[in-house]
Write a protein that binds this ligand. Structure first.
Ligand SMILES: NC(=O)c1ccc[n+]([C@@H]2O[C@H](COP(=O)([O-])OP(=O)(O)OC[C@H]3O[C@@H](n4cnc5c(N)ncnc54)[C@H](OP(=O)(O)O)[C@@H]3O)[C@@H](O)[C@H]2O)c1
Length: 271
């Protein structure tokens, strides 16, 4: 199963809001014909309506892919429309946060191959990262296809177990909010040191974006990059002495923050 099967047999997108539209834009830009796409959404945006795809139309009998991108709380209302496609021949992919594979196996039958994927918000600009895990029915070709489809909005990584999804949620799923808060607080600290608000914010935003890009592209690991810019007795070292304090610095803080998010993810999964 590959992208040519998707073009030939069709892709059904259930829920076309922020995440669904970001993925759809990527697939169309990569050459998937709009006529191979069926979108189900009660209030499609003007952009979706203008794409020339099948909108709220009768579904194909044997689509290659059904991609589920509705909010987890809408799942009960949304899934029955797809029950007839649980034949085993269609690969289901869900990006709904917190909805376990078992929920889809219940809805579509145990023969159904299902991939659960966790993207994050930078997907909106094609710079997301998505972790994927499949049930036992998903073959290597199908997983490769799921990765290619999510690759339209950024990087992808494969997990070994579904239980790892709670940690992914806590690191990359919720992580953009931690970085936004880092930008906010770095800017506020700059203002406290005498900078105008707008300049402090611009400095903080560009520093996080630039350092992030450098950390991705450089051959050195982040620890080495840090050492490279820290002269003994200099300004960076003065700040890092505060940030690397084992009791009050980033290590303790981020360990607690990520653990709190992972714990909450497990709680939500258990109802
Ligand atoms: N946004 C992200 O960065 C992100 C990251 C990770 C995971 N996710 C997951 O992606 C999923 C979608 O999130 P989102 O941010 O894209 O939300 P969203 O913008 O609200 O999109 C959901 C879409 O589904 C539509 N919908 C509601 N009920 C439906 C039904 N019964 N059948 C078909 N479509 C229905 C909604 O229409 P109405 O607006 O008219 O209700 C809306 O257009 C969620 O499960 C979320 O956990 C999102």
């Amino acid at each position: 199963m590959d992208m040519s099967d998707v073009a030939a047999r069709g892709l059904v997108l259930l829920g076309c809001g922020k995440m669904g539209s970001a993925m759809l834009a990527g697939w169309l830009a990569d050459g998937l014909p709009a006529t191979s796409v069926w979108v189900i959404d009660p209030h499609p945006s003007d952009w979706v309506q203008a794409q020339g795809l099948h909108l709220n139309a009768p579904l194909p009998a044997d689509p290659a892919i059904v991609l589920i991108a509705v909010k987890p709380q809408m799942m009960g209302d949304a899934l029955p429309a797809l029950r007839a496609l649980g034949t085993g021949a269609t690969l289901f992919i869900s990006v709904a946060a917190g909805t376990p594979l078992a929920r889809f196996e219940e809805a579509f039958g145990p023969r159904t191959p299902v991939v659960r994927a966790m993207p994050n918000t930078p997907a909106a600009i094609g710079q997301g990262i998505t972790a994927l895990v499949g049930n036992s029915r998903v073959g290597p070709d199908q997983m490769a296809l799921a990765q290619a489809l999510l690759g339209a909005v950024g990087q992808t990584v494969l997990l070994e177990t579904e239980a790892q999804m709670d940690a992914v949620t806590a690191v990359s799923g919720s992580g953009p909010a931690y970085v936004f808060h880092l930008i906010e607080t770095l800017a506020a600290a700059g203002t406290a040191q005498g900078l105008p608000d707008a300049i402090a914010l611009q400095l903080a935003q560009a520093t996080v974006a630039g350092a992030g890009a450098l950390a991705q592209q450089a051959d050195e690991n982040p620890a080495q990059l840090r050492v490279n810019v820290t002269s003994p007795g200099g300004t960076t070292q003065a700040a890092l002495a505060v940030l690397m304090d084992p009791d009050t610095g980033f290590p303790a803080l981020l360990t607690r923050a990520v653990a709190a998010a992972a714990d909450r993810s497990r709680e939500l999964a258990n109802g």
